[in-house]
Design a binder for this molecule. Structure first.
Ligand code: MBD
Ligand code: FE
Length: 287
């Protein structure tokens, strides 16, 4: 099973899917139109000033300048701008946008979210294949507001890689909604989700992001992680990831997206399954 997927999963397929996904979901051109000119001017100028300082400091050569041009052209051709930006830039954007929160602060979304995952109710099993690999995981939790009140009708959208590290809709050969589900809390704010533990994830190494990683002597790994979007009426949307203790990449995530409060504390049982409790606190929306 994993060898079939290995042969066909590629940077080109997951990069192109992520780029198409972005066009579908994020109305990127409207967003560009809506950024005020003063912000564009200040941000573009300061980023360029930082680049000029680096060029002068290191006396960048024409070979290096042309390597950069060729590489940037390649990132576009591979559809890997979403991957590049989510791996190397999103974590700091996420930080500054959630630092005011009293509830959960969250983590990056990454390139592989798809809206509209099938609804499973308050207690349910995420869509998965017969014999889906990986340790079965039962996750129960409760969603409250910062004042402690239970949030009934709150949503947990969960998506994650399979035990081989592949995401449905971005690697070929996996059912459309595999390991993607939406759960809605009962009146008391609780939910219980049955899924499997995902594997550590290596970002595609055969595309332009992989070229950068190889050329710089970095590694391509993210620790195993569960992605969630948690939402409730009148509250700020929480985008987060949850991690597993002891993963060797918790301390050197290529995407710099691990926070200690997001590491789960699961219990392993004699039958080889695991269970965990993890709750969310949402901030009321401002204004
Ligand atoms: C992922 O699965 C991911 O979560 C991020 C942030 C980047 C690449 C792949
Ligand atoms: Fe991910």
């Amino acid at each position: 099973m994993s060898s079939t997927i290995d042969e066909t999963a590629s940077a080109a397929s997951s990069g192109t899917s992520a780029t198409e996904r972005f066009h579908t979901d994020k109305s990127p051109y409207d967003a560009v139109k809506d950024v005020p000119a003063e912000r564009v001017d200040a941000l573009a100028r300061e980023v360029l000033d930082a680049v000029y300082a680096t060029v002068r400091k290191h006396k960048v050569t024409y070979d290096e300048f042309n390597a950069l041009k060729a590489w940037m052209i390649g990132v576009g051709e591979d559809g890997e701008w979403p991957l590049f930006l989510d791996v190397w830039l999103e974590h700091v954007v996420e930080d500054v946008n959630t630092e005011h929160r009293e509830g959960n602060k969250g983590s990056i979304e990454g390139p592989y979210y798809v809206p509209g995952a099938p609804e499973q109710g308050a207690h349910g099993t995420i869509p998965m294949r017969d014999g889906e690999g990986g340790t079965p995981l039962a996750w129960s939790g409760r969603i409250t507001s910062t004042d402690g009140s239970a949030l009934g009708g709150a949503k947990v959208e969960l998506w994650h890689a399979d035990a081989d590290g592949f995401y449905s809709q971005f690697a070929p050969g996996i059912p459309e909604w595999n390991l993607r589900g939406s759960f809605t809390t009962g009146e008391d704010g609780t939910f219980e989700i049955h899924t499997i533990q995902p594997a550590p994830y290596q970002i595609p190494t055969d595309g332009s992001c992989g070229k950068l990683i190889k050329a710089a002597g970095w590694h391509a790994w993210r620790p195993a992680h569960l992605h969630v979007k948690v939402s409730a009426p009148g509250h700020e949307l929480l985008t987060a990831q949850l991690y597993f203790p002891g993963d060797e990449h918790n301390d050197d995530d290529i995407a710099s997206a691990v926070k200690p409060e997001l590491v789960l504390d699961p219990t392993t049982h004699d039958d080889g399954t695991a269970s965990v409790r993890y709750d969310f606190v949402l901030d009321p929306a401002k204004g």
